[in-house]
Structures are given as structure tokens and as C-alpha cells.
Design a protein around this ligand. Structure first.
Ligand code: PMP
Length: 436
């Protein structure tokens, strides 16, 4: 595909160094399986499943066909007081793979919207439960919960917050769980469970009945793959239970097999009250997010409303868009048919073994991995983030696509990856990281 050199100007690109990018663009024009092709015709191995979306690999015909058929039949219907059968089918399929009693699914269009939706569900639940004074939220340093105002308030990343003022009031942050003594630890770190006691300190400080919910990514993904210390999530669950606080797992990255089970909640054996999800829900093919909530939450909110009254004043024009639902249904069918969650669990050892073999490279200062997700820290260069940015470009020029946050590369190949793909990724990492 051709592009005119002067045609890039008008798109203000997200999370991008626009001027730099436009002087030397990296345009992807084709994708299939584990590979992208750029506008120069060069092939790149995709080490991040796009942005952790394309778990079944790019270019899945089943999804294309399902979406095409759906669009031919019905392009759009609102889901406010009308509906379309596919959303019920997809909700049933999602509820089937979520843990325990997370049986009700609210659809939206992205991970950020899923987070906003979960914030509002938490508030609505407490109001319906006669505890409307619960308006505080707890999240964590180094968390990423999307870019809308609620999610930015929950997020624990200075660069994502600093330009936007005080945002939503009443949010406090647990300490993050990266501890220097756990560097290069494989899987769940043995130490750090005591960091969960930060939640108890907030309860003691603000009063147990003032906190609505505690949001955590089971594994903090975007900020470099921070694996929860052993027993940490279980302890958060205990404190939440004791004080009537809802526990929300943001599984926008972890969900749909990344940790070797459908959800990280199952990998770590802890059931939250809500799970936010997006990305791999449609294999990245169309935008879609969702929140799975417990029977208790659904029944409380829906049950509290008067007959004939809308129970929850929230939703999007494109909630449960038929095309996105069709993509979601086709995607979940692929995951099941190809056993991709189990495959991720099986391939994880090989994948992590290869990634941890990068440990001897001088510039690699830490590696953390779980399932098919691995964070690789490069020792910072002149200032934090510059080396990561430089590495992104060098890797691209050697034929590899990856998402870096600051100096942390986040490797998450598609769950259909073969050992040969992992070897290829490993080899390019080794060559490029050794240059520092
Ligand atoms: N939550 C988490 C844990 C995420 O990783 C992301 C995206 N990386 C989001 C929310 C936001 O998702 P989106 O970009 O689809 O809005």
C-alpha cells in the first residue's frame, strides 16, 4: 500500500512522539498470524499481540466471516430498551469462563470504558445496598486503568496523571509490588505479601464504611508486568470481605488466557467481585470491553429499582454493538476449539525459559514473567524512558514489534505462538539489547 509523505499530518496519534514518528513513520499495512508487514514491505514478528489483543494471532478468517455476516444482517441496534440476540449469546459465553458467580456481563467499547463502568457499578451497588457513603476508591502505584478520568484517577503512573490535575477525588494508592530483592524471580515473588496490609491501613485511616472498591490488575501489565507476591491477592480479598469493600480485578491484559487460565483470578485462586476485560475479548479485531459482575451485585442493583424504572443509568451508544458481539463470539469459539488457554499454560515454561535466558545481558536489569506475559527492564539510559524508546525503534528496524513502557519491554506473543516464533523473538532481543 502506498502512502504520501505529507499525508500523516492530520492524525494526532495517541501515546506517540508525533513529530518524531512523522519524520520516520512505522506504518503497519498487513498482519497475519504472528507477523506484521510494514509499508516498506518488511516483515515483523509481533511480540506484543498488537497491544495484548490478538491472542489467537492476526487475520483470523473465522472472525472476519462472522463480522461480515453480522453486518450484512444488521448493522446497528441500540441496546437501550431494545436489543440484539448476539449480546446475550456473548454474555453467556463470557459468564461460562469467568470464575464462580461472576455471571452478569455489561458491555462497552474499550478497557478504559470497562474501568469507568466498574467504578459506577461499585457506587451504584453501595447506594442500592443502603451504603451510599462508600465513595472512596483504592488502587495501586504503577497501575494502569485506562485513560478516562476515573481510570486516570485510579492509575498509578505519574506521566499519565501530571497534566490532568487532581482528577477524581477520594482515590488512594497502595504501594506497588515491585521489590528489588525479587529481581529476576520467576513467577510469583516469595516476598511482599505484607504490602497488602496497606489496604488495612486505609481502612483504619478513612473508616471501613467509606471505601467503595479496591481496583488492582492481578498482574500490573502496562507498567512492566509486576507479578503479585505469593498470598498478596488473597490477603486483599480477606480485607475487602471483612469490611464490605468490593474487589475489582482489571484483567484487560490478563484476561482470555494470558496467564494460562481464562482469567488471572483463576490462576491465582482469588475471586473478585468484578472483572474488567477488553482487548482479547474480540482478538483485537473490533473495539469492545466488558465488566463481569457477581450475582450479588447484579441482583442488588437491579432488585433495588422500582418496577418500570431503569436500574442503572449508564451505557454507551455502541454498548454490545452487533459487529463487536459477532467478533467476540467467533473469538471465544476459537479459544475453546483450539484450547488456547491450556496451550498458553503449556507453552509458558518454554517462553519464560527463553526470556529469562536474556538475564546475562548487561543492559537487562530485571525480568518478570508469568504465563505468556513477560516484562524485561533495560537499565535506564541518560534519562528514564529514553532507552526503551530507542529499543522500540531498533527492534522495529530488526523486524520486531513490541510495546515498551518507559524502559520496560512487555513481551506477550499470541497464544498460538510456536517455539520457533519465541526463538525468533529471543534472538532479536538478544542482538538488540546486547548493543547497549
Ligand atoms: N486497564 C488495563 C489493565 C489495561 O492494560 C488497559 C490497556 N492497556 C486499559 C485498562 C485500557 O484499555 P483501552 O486502551 O482499551 O481503553
Amino acid at each position: 500500500m502506498q502512502y504520501a509523505a505529507n499525508s500523516l499530518e492530520n492524525h494526532w496519534m495517541p501515546f506517540t512522539t508525533n513529530r518524531d514518528f512523522k519524520s520516520d513513520p512505522r506504518l503497519m499495512v498487513k498482519a497475519q498470524g504472528l507477523y506484521y508487514w510494514n509499508h516498506k514491505g518488511e516483515k515483523l514478528v509481533d511480540a506484543s499481540s498488537g497491544l495484548f489483543c490478538c491472542a489467537a494471532g492476526h487475520g483470523r478468517k473465522e472472525i472476519l466471516e462472522a463480522v461480515t455476516a453480522q453486518m450484512a444482517e444488521i448493522d446497528y441496534t441500540p441496546h437501550f430498551q431494545t436489543g440484539h440476540p448476539s449480546s446475550f449469546e456473548l454474555a453467556r459465553m463470557v459468564a461460562k469462563i469467568t470464575p464462580d458467580n461472576l455471571d452478569y456481563v455489561f458491555f462497552c467499547n474499550s478497557g478504559s470504558e470497562a474501568v469507568e463502568t466498574a467504578i459506577k457499578i461499585a457506587l451504584a451497588y453501595h447506594v442500592a445496598n443502603g451504603e451510599g457513603q462508600r465513595t472512596r476508591f483504592v488502587s495501586r502505584e504503577r497501575a494502569y486503568h485506562g485513560v478516562n478520568m476515573g481510570g486516570v484517577s485510579l492509575s498509578g503512573m505519574m506521566r499519565n496523571r501530571e497534566a490532568f490535575g487532581a482528577v477524581m477525588p477520594g482515590v488512594v494508592h497502595l504501594r506497588h509490588t515491585w521489590l528489588p530483592e525479587n529481581r529476576f524471580c520467576i513467577g510469583e515473588p516469595a516476598t511482599g505479601v505484607e504490602l497488602a496490609e496497606d489496604l488495612q491501613r486505609f481502612v483504619d485511616l478513612y473508616g471501613p464504611r467509606s471505601i467503595a472498591a479496591c481496583f488492582v490488575e492481578p498482574i500490573a501489565g502496562s507498567t512492566g508486568v509486576l507479578i503479585p507476591p505469593k498470598g498478596y491477592l488473597k490477603r486483599l480479598r480477606e480485607i475487602c470481605d471483612k469490611h464490605g469493600i468490593l474487589l475489582v480485578f482489571d484483567e484487560v491484559i490478563c484476561g482470555f488466557g494470558r496467564t494460562g487460565k481464562a482469567f488471572a483470578a483463576q490462576s491465582f485462586g482469588v475471586t473478585p467481585d468484578m472483572i474488567t476485560m477488553a482487548k482479547a475479548l474480540t482478538n483485537g479485531a473490533l473495539p469492545m470491553g466488558a465488566v463481569a459482575v457477581s450475582d450479588k451485585i447484579y441482583n442488588t442493583v437491579v432488585g433495588a429499582a422500582a418496577d418500570g424504572a431503569v436500574e442503572f443509568f449508564h451505557g454507551y451508544t455502541y454498548s454490545a454493538h452487533p459487529a463487536a458481539c459477532a467478533a467476540g463470539i467467533a473469538t471465544l469459539k476459537i479459544y475453546e476449539k483450539e484450547g488456547l488457554f491450556e496451550r498458553a499454560a503449556e507453552m509458558s515454561d518454554y517462553f519464560l525459559d527463553r526470556m529469562y535466558a536474556l538475564k546475562d545481558i548487561k543492559a537487562v536489569s530485571d525480568i518478570r514473567g508469568y504465563g505468556m506475559l513477560c516484562g524485561i527492564d533495560l537499565a535506564p539510559g541518560v534519562r528514564p524512558g529514553l532507552r526503551g524508546y530507542d529499543a522500540t525503534k531498533r527492534l522495529f528496524n530488526r523486524g520486531l514489534h513490541i510495546k515498551f513502557t518507559g524502559d520496560a519491554g512487555i513481551c506477550a506473543p499470541a497464544l498460538v505462538a510456536e517455539k520457533s516464533h519465541i526463538d525468533e523473538i529471543y534472538q532479536i532481543f538478544r542482538e538488540v539489547f546486547s548493543e547497549y
